[in-house]
Design a protein around this ligand. Structure first.
Ligand code: IMP
Length: 199
């Protein structure tokens, strides 16, 4: 069984990706489990750039196939902000409830049709022999009028998912994985990885 590194410190993401790759003959472990402790500076201006940078830098240390993801929220009315800066929007340590208030403030009086937003996920894979793969997907929704739900993380409580008629944070983890940007991008990456690993 091949061990693959996932360049994240987030244990939730490892569980998610292992569940999605369950039918492949691979085991995905975190940087911590692999004994790798490096900080990759996410200074790219696109999700693709940041994801690939993380995958390549960690692969250079691990010398194993390394996956990484970069994700964020694009709010159309705010010119697609916070985008690649989602984690750092208003400061990394700013509680999400304060960020929600600021976003609701910017969208005050803005009607439903112009509150469109999407979560974006870009997954990168870097192989020790230099091969690289990228996958990208989104989930479309809108910024709601209140923060609702206890599940998920980040901006999930203010992201209304029209196809579900609920806020993202009201969905169970299984429901979220089935429709989410990351779930969809990971499933695309699985197809690419399978093909590449057979070569
Ligand atoms: P990163 O890809 O781990 O750097 O995450 C970027 C940031 O985007 C997170 O810290 C969250 O603020 C936001 N984000 C990414 N995915 C999600 C999601 O599924 N729900 C809510 N917020 C998310």
């Amino acid at each position: 069984m091949e061990t693959i590194i996932f360049a994240t410190k987030n244990k939730g993401k490892i569980k998610e990706i292992n569940a999605i790759l369950a039918d492949m003959d691979v085991k995905v472990i975190s940087m911590e489990e692999a004994g790798i402790d490096i900080d990759v500076v996410e200074d790219g201006t696109t999700f693709e750039e940041n994801a690939m940078k993380k995958a390549v830098e960690v692969m250079q240390v691990s010398q194993k196939i390394t996956l990484s993801d970069d994700s964020g929220l694009e709010i159309d009315y705010m010119d697609k902000a916070p985008g690649v800066y989602s984690a750092r929007f208003m400061g990394e340590d700013t509680p999400y409830v304060d960020r929600f208030d600021a976003i609701f403030g910017k969208l005050r009086g803005v009607e439903e049709e112009r509150r469109t937003a999407r979560f974006v996920s870009c997954i990168a894979a870097a192989f020790p022999d230099g091969r690289k793969l990228l996958s990208y997907d989104t989930v479309e929704g809108m910024i709601g009028w209140e923060a609702k739900g206890e599940n998920g993380f980040g901006y999930d409580p203010i992201f209304y998912v029209p196809e579900k008629g609920r806020y993202m944070a009201e969905l169970s983890p299984e429901e979220k994985n089935a429709i989410s940007h990351r779930g969809k991008a990971l499933r695309k990456m699985k197809v690419l990885l399978k093909k590449e690993m057979e070569k």
